[in-house]
Design a protein around this ligand. Structure first.
Ligand code: UDP
Length: 240
């Protein structure tokens, strides 16, 4: 199939940073990345110039790279500068966060010193529920609420740990620490667990290994300036 021959039909869903469209083929969707950015539980809104293009292409590249390590993803192929063809998944409403270095809510919640390298990466589950502010939950909540089976949770954890190991060294070779990131999973047609959503500076924290500079959405969250430049820099290092 040539992905660009697919026809966009109706809109399936519009989120804060992406729009998902139906296509003329039932099993395929088009995921479009917007320049819109939100933070602080939706209270801060703005635009980051060219973010849609950068995030689409960075995500596409990382999905393909992860596939070469046998992480199954929803990525099918590029569609336009700011959109990609993906497989339709039945999404699991859980955010899986992996952490290598302490920052953000880990520091706030547990008092770990900012910047501490974690000897063992931490995997966390958050329930995707804006009205409840995405509460932190554990495996038993996921199971008890019927969001995933024991085997599915095992597979999600395996994938998250593999993604972390693969991307940590990938970004280290490009002079960035992969501080933490968030991923989301869903079920494909056969029920198989696949990585969905995106992997980009919107969903990862990257710190430059030399200067410590933040190269991700924290620049927008905390008004650090040079926001577009940070996305452009990650793009440049990914495609160097
Ligand atoms: N993250 C995300 N979406 C969310 C919450 C977190 O992509 O809704 C990512 C975030 O970019 C970071 C990691 O998950 O890479 C951990 O975020 P944390 O919980 O520390 O977020 P904070 O509370 O500091 O915003």
């Amino acid at each position: 199939m040539k992905e660009s021959n697919l026809k966009k039909t109706s809109m399936l869903y519009e989120g804060k940073a992406k729009i998902v469209h139906e296509t003329d083929k039932e099993e395929f969707l088009i995921q479009e990345f917007k320049d819109d950015a939100t933070a602080l539980d939706g209270k801060k809104k703005g635009k980051i110039k060219n973010k849609g293009v950068y995030n689409n292409q960075i995500s596409a590249h990382l999905f393909s790279y992860l596939e070469s390590y046998h992480v199954v993803t929803h990525f099918v192929g590029p569609y336009s500068d700011n959109s990609m063809v993906i497989k339709r998944l039945d999404m699991i409403p859980i955010e899986v966060v992996m952490r290598n270095i302490a920052t953000g809510s880990l520091v706030k919640r547990y008092g770990v010193k900012e910047g501490t390298e974690l000897e063992h990466p931490i995997l966390e589950f958050y329930l995707k529920d804006d009205a409840k502010h995405d509460p932190l939950i554990n495996e038993d909540h996921v199971l008890a609420f019927g969001h995933a089976s024991e085997d599915e949770i095992k597979q999600i954890k395996r994938f998250a740990q593999k993604i972390n190991a693969v991307l940590k060294s990938y970004f280290h070779r490009r002079n960035m620490y992969l501080v933490d990131f968030k991923v989301e999973f869903g079920r494909g047609k056969s029920g198989q667990i696949k990585l969905g959503d995106e992997i980009s500076p919107d969903t990862c924290r990257f710190w430059d290994t030399e200067s410590g500079a933040k190269l991700d959405k924290d620049r927008f969250r905390h008004d650090l300036g040079n926001v577009e430049e940070a996305y452009a820099e990650v793009y440049k290092r990914v495609f160097k």
